[in-house]
Design a protein around this ligand. Sequence first.
Ligand SMILES: Nc1ncnc2c1ncn2[C@@H]1O[C@H](COP(=O)(O)OP(=O)(O)OP(=O)(O)O)[C@@H](O)[C@H]1O
Ligand SMILES: [Mg+2]
Length: 314
Amino acid sequence: MPAVIEVRHLHKGYGSTVAVDDVSFTVQQGEIFGILGPNGAGKTTTVECVEGLRTADRGEISVLGLDPRRDRAELTQRLGVQLQDGRLPERLTAGEALRLYASFYRRPADPGDLMDALGLAGKRRTPYAKLSGGQQQRLSIALALIGNPEVAVLDELTTGLDPQARRDTWSLIQDVRSRGVTIMLVTHFMEEAERLCDRVAVIDRGRVVAVDSPAGLTERLRDGRRIRFRPSVPFEDALLTGLPDVIGLARSGDHVVVTGTADALTAVTSVLARNGIVAQHLRVEQPSLEDAFVALTGSHSGAGPGGAPGAGAT
Ligand SMILES: Nc1ncnc2c1ncn2[C@@H]1O[C@H](COP(=O)(O)OP(=O)(O)OP(=O)(O)O)[C@@H](O)[C@H]1O
Ligand SMILES: [Mg+2]
């Protein structure tokens, strides 16, 4: 499969702040590629460089074989962009905004169809300022797709959407992808990454710390399996902590929580059985993508300002 987006050794700073510190990744044709990372990790800066809205300090970016800065006019026709904090004039109605954006493109989608797909049909005549936060967000997704782009880059796709709208948006994005569109999206929602993304890049403090499928990321957690139970009789920790597949043991009230590898369950239950201990209320918890995210990025989050720089080019 040909690479549609190629980012190589991207560096970008703002004054003394290093926002992106040597980021590289490749997105294939028809892929849904996610970017996850704590606040301030450099996600928006990275995607704005890909969109040609910011100039990289160093590194190379190619989108559909084009240079986002040099070939901006051509790329604008083929790339759909949703900004993290894109705002529109207050009095522009949703319908006017879509028709206006449609006029910029050679082969636009039908504004009415997109409004229907995004649950905005009743809001055609509503001024931007009078849309709810979630409706403004839906409109920004519609604007990213109105040009029938070959590539869509969506920064915080479903932030602020209610659970149903989020699901509707996921199926819309899947439909768009099934038409061959390549999608890169930034998200803070683990479920969104798991449901939508073929692969995910985890970015932390301006660096890519992992690129893998969501399942591949969770499989990397050696100690991700948690086995929780209430022993029928008391026992010493050493009975289980001595097992090679067991990494940790904690007690919470009358429950025991054992962490270990994928083989820990068999090992633990057989040792318990041999010692005449019944594991009551036994529950096994698989590692989640969130566990993997926390392990990869440390527990520090929310370190950044959370705000977005908007669309201004630097
Ligand atoms: N226009 C700007 N001027 C100065 N510093 C900036 C600017 N935009 C971003 N930064 C800084 O660059 C770093 C990365 O910011 P960026 O917006 O790329 O993070 P992010 O991963 O998108 O975070 P979030 O999850 O909060 O959206 C942060 O430390 C931020 O303070
Ligand atoms: Mg951001």
